[in-house]
Design a protein around this ligand. Sequence first.
Ligand SMILES: [Zn+2]
Ligand SMILES: [Zn+2]
Length: 434
Amino acid sequence: MGLSAVADRLLKGVAKKATSAVAADSKQVVQAADKAAEGLAASGRAAGGKLAGDSLELSSKAVATLAGAARALPDPPAGAALDAATAAAAGRMPAPATRTGEWLTVANHLHTTPYSPDANEPEADLIQRLEKAGVDGMILTDHNSMGGTLTPEWQAAESKLIMTPGMEWGALRETGMTVQGHAGLIGLTGTTNIPTNATIDEMIPFAKARNAFIVANHPYLDGNAWATRPVLQPEVGGVEVWNGQWALSDPISHNAQALSWWDSMLKQGRHLTAVGGSDFHGDWWTKFPRLPGSSPVKPVDLLFASEHSPEGVKQAIADGHVSVESSDTAAKIVLEADPKHDGSWSAIQGDDINVAQDGTIPMRAHVLGGKGLTVEFYGKAGQVGSYPVMTDDAYVPYSAVGVPNVKDYVRAELKQHPGQWWSMTALTNPIYVN
Ligand SMILES: [Zn+2]
Ligand SMILES: [Zn+2]
């Protein structure tokens, strides 16, 4: 079956019958894409760039090679059509009755020119674009620069968007040594840049002293070495599990691998916030949708902030009150629990539930605009449930088991096709149970 036929079938919604055929096709596509991405990385390096590991150092020849090779990558089975298929009048996610605050849609991991040399969109244009899209806030993370947070545009737009400052730090650039990985420093205060002639471990105290929430950005992008450490630094609070468009960018960002790395650390009892970042680099990047960074709202983070402010946004991420949605118009999902068994649904993702004795804890995924999709629940034991979403405003129930002092968690993924990683539409952070 050809790819366009696969896409047709997916869009017409005859998913059940098509699933096994699609799975076979998708495997081939993914293998081909992986192979192409390997070649892409090698040719980028040969062309004189430190490809993707630090996009600051891409030569123009490397960029041309990268763009050409990206164009040659095969399309993923459904990722490209995902937004069209699921876009719905999802509406605003309501706050839990027992909590003060609001669910906000925030665009994260954004680059602008001139502060990120590999970006081509000025900050004012990006702000305008995000205001038009109707998102609530943005987190600016230029490469090794706070320059974008010092502009008149940044100050002027504050009334419309919640403008959270930040920086994407990349190591060892000046010394010509291997890049160790990029870190998203969300909510970084101050006006000076964090030194880059340092290792990740040397950078961390600088970032913490300036109140940053530290995210391991795109941990499997070529040249990044986050996952090679035996233990992720305890000061690192988040992992960018979703960089660029989920399936389209996967051969370069390796999102599925990042997700499973994050999940493996949850299994070890670590609390880490999964975040999404578009890695937006401006409209010249949109010619190459397989590269992360082609749209500032793919993906976005849906986060529960108790305060409508940059600090509120940062705190929501630090607290794990975050879902990642494939775009600002795609289906939304959040996770709630009712640990008091009184119908108050007082716990949300990122919260800790401590049980006094063995027992069940009612949970539910609230899904907006997701009719026809599937909610999959995951915990320490792997996948623990899979349920169809029947309406566009649905509560999908799940019953968790709590055992005192036994660390477990429940998190949810929203997919177009059950069991098919590439059809991811949204995901939540976990509610921790112990
Ligand atoms: Zn980066
Ligand atoms: Zn970036």
